[in-house]
Design a protein around this ligand. Structure first.
Ligand SMILES: Cc1cc2nc3c(=O)[nH]c(=O)nc-3n(C[C@H](O)[C@H](O)[C@H](O)COP(=O)(O)OP(=O)(O)OC[C@H]3O[C@@H](n4cnc5c(N)ncnc54)[C@H](O)[C@@H]3O)c2cc1C
Length: 270
């Protein structure tokens, strides 16, 4: 049964109008694709549509790719520009989310703002250089946004990914293709070094910073370095059992796929 009770459906024509509506009452909220909201139990006074605010474009700039918050997951998946960035790490992660019908509806903005611990998009976004641009609060790094769950109400306008020559790897492990991840793993490599991220552990996606410092201090990546990197990843990121899998199984998956990811991003094969 769906328990979404909405008194007014609001269609602002400007961002200013939308923001004023959002902050005017704590029972007002933004709707993007609505795929998730419609499953929630909520009593909403004003549901604010972002449909008419021109937030649905992917724009390629000299040094970045800007994804409007209303761009659908399907558009992200099919974007040639995003497919070329870090071996298409974001597009391949999005491709694993539900079926095409949901991806045609769900937006990248709703996916970021949902703060879903099971998210398949945080790990690939975190291993790239990703910033969020909000109407009121301006630019915030994705890491800072995730670290601050109490952020004041705002409208996400776009996601900005720095264009870099980089390699990428993403793996979602799930019991069935339509399931949430048991765990997901992303790895990237640029001239600045490696980035390693685990998500759905079942905690929200996070970078393994100690492991990154360690591996980035090494000139040669051999088995010993891979083993130590994995040990650091497992030591610093929280992994727990949940309904999907035991802690031990998740750790085993993380160990295998972190190594596989590192090997992939340093290999000649795409
Ligand atoms: C059945 C189902 C299965 C799913 N499985 C997965 C999965 O396996 N992996 C995965 O990663 N994701 C999964 N998702 C999540 C999905 O990918 C989207 O993240 C989700 O639907 C939210 O996107 P939306 O456009 O529908 O947002 P909405 O439902 O419209 O909004 C979600 C939240 O974000 C807020 N919001 C939306 N846009 C903005 C904005 N621009 N500014 C401020 N706040 C905003 C809304 O107020 C609301 O709180 C699943 C979703 C569904 C419905």
């Amino acid at each position: 049964m769906i328990n979404l009770l909405v008194e007014n459906f609001l269609k602002p024509k400007t961002l200013e109008e939308a923001y004023d509506m959002l902050i005017s009452n704590k029972k007002n909220m933004v709707i993007a694709g609505g795929a998730w909201i419609k499953l929630s139990i909520k009593n909403v006074l004003g549901l604010i549509s972002l449909d008419d605010l021109n937030l649905n474009k992917i724009e390629v700039k000299d040094d970045s790719i800007e994804i409007g918050s209303m761009v659908t997951l399907r558009e992200v998946e099919l974007s040639n520009h995003l497919n070329e960035l870090y071996d298409g790490v974001l597009s391949s992660a999005v491709h694993k989310i539900m079926g095409i019908n949901i991806r045609n509806l769900a937006t990248i903005g709703g996916s970021v703002m949902g703060r879903f611990a099971f998210s398949d998009i945080y790990p690939p976004l975190l291993v790239m250089d990703t910033k969020l641009v909000f109407y009121k609060q301006g630019e915030i790094s994705l890491s800072d946004f995730l670290a601050n769950p109490k952020m004041e109400k705002d409208i996400l306008l776009k996601i900005v990914i720095k264009k870099e020559e980089g390699r990428g790897f993403f793996k979602k492990v799930a019991t069935t293709p339509l399931d949430f991840a048991i765990i997901n793993i992303a790895v990237s490599k640029t001239l600045a070094g490696f980035k390693i991220c685990l998500g759905s552990t079942p905690y929200i996606g996070a970078l393994a910073k100690d492991a990154m410092i360690f591996i980035n201090s090494k000139k040669v990546i051999n088995e010993e370095v891979l083993d130590k990197t994995v040990e650091l990843v497992l030591g610093e990121l929280k992994i727990s059992k949940n309904v999907r899998a035991s802690k031990t199984y998740k750790e085993e998956l993380a160990s295998v796929y972190v190594k596989r990811g590192i090997r992939k991003v340093i290999s000649d094969v795409n």
